[in-house]
Design a protein around this ligand. Sequence first.
Ligand code: FRU
Length: 490
Amino acid sequence: MKEWTREERYRVLKGPEDIRDLYERTQASPYRQAWHVQPITGLSSDPNGFALHKGTWHLCYQWCPWGAVHGLKYWYHVTSPDLVHWTNAGIGLAADRDYDNRGAHSGSAITRGEDLIFFYTGNHRDEDWTRTPYTCAAVLGEDNRPKKLDAPLFGPRDDHSEHQRDPKVVWNEQKQKFYILLGAQTLDRRGCVLVYESKEPLSGWTFAGELKVPGYEAFGGMWECPYIVNISGRDVLIFSPQYTKLPGRGESTNHNVYLIGHMDYDTLTFTPDGPYRHLDYGFDFYAAQGAAIEPAAYDPDRAILIAWIGLPDNHYPTADEDADWEGSLSLPRELRVKDGKLVQTPIPALESLRDKALAPDGTLPDACELAITAPDGDFEVSLFTREDGTGGMKLSYDAARRVCTVDRRGMANRFNQQVGEVLEIPLDAPLRTLRAFIDRSSTELFLNDGEATFTTHTYPTADEHHYAASAGVTVTGWTLKKAVTDEFVL
Ligand code: FRU
């Protein structure tokens, strides 16, 4: 993998000619996704500014144009009528102000009458590379391009570390106020959330306090991308704690977890009902963000969520291709609360991508959906095997322990071995159904109708396009149609 200098990583994009050739070379990759949002060049990471506004879905991703490296970040904007078919809309936010001179970092959106408003972190750095994060806003213009405010909404607090970012804006009907949740770190390096409030989205923001989460005062060193949503009367706090290992998660120090409980905006306390759970048990799932939904389409019993298929400290095989790119967003999922847990299912509109029924010969097309049902007891399914059934990514279910183990060591393209290549998915109910959503470089598993999910990048070679299953397991499915246009738009 290429070694990048700071100058190379933080180069400012002057115009399309800077990356047209890179774009052409990126298109040649066999791992370009057919129906997932992915970077036009370089690297995509967190989803940003996710919203349904005037019937159109808006979504941006953190984008570094130059290669599979975290450098100068832009928001790249895509839109969709249905959350399934995506069109490139061009750069949403560039790093073109003094207050965001070293990157337009992550943030969210709200829809407010005629306006779609984006909130993001202006990552300012001085000449000596000292960082000052600003909370900034931009309003979508008639030309479908966000227009930045002249000045940031507010700057950082000096009673916390320089890690203060990722504004998630929520409206609280009862208090008739907007709240910004900021991912942050205390001066003694503990992860936390800072809360700001205002009656107006674009002015009047004041600091309300640090969110209290009893039992989670020392849980990781930084909480990235916090988000609180009410689903069916319960509050759900979703965040991405860093700099800590968690039981059962291998050597990774980046996670995406949730708590269900009660959010009290008077005391700024989120009281969890029970222990944290992983939003997803896979190798690559991070910085998940829920969509802001315009009032006409709002459903109090569900949220729509999307995440980055990737982790901050990892790199992926496409980083070694000629075009040097990586990243993808996950498929959008619906979140519901059932029996004190989240139930996560792919949005139903994805069914519109189904094309031909899968051939019964065990071949695995490079974009497909599988419906797997299993008998009582232990079973095994291997995806991406060779024709003779060997190799691949193996899923083994241990009925006595109610655990499904995913082992990807059998695949030819191995990566991120340092964080581990085997992970377990603990289940409450016996595993009977599995849905697998496969694209050219990712696999997303939904177990027991959304009781647990598992997201991972997968890079099968040309001969790893088969599956094998133990006796009694049935596998049906469909090939999936292309749904991303992947055009060169800046
Ligand atoms: C999460 C994150 C955010 C930050 C962004 C920068 O992956 O580190 O906290 O805003 O990425 O790209």
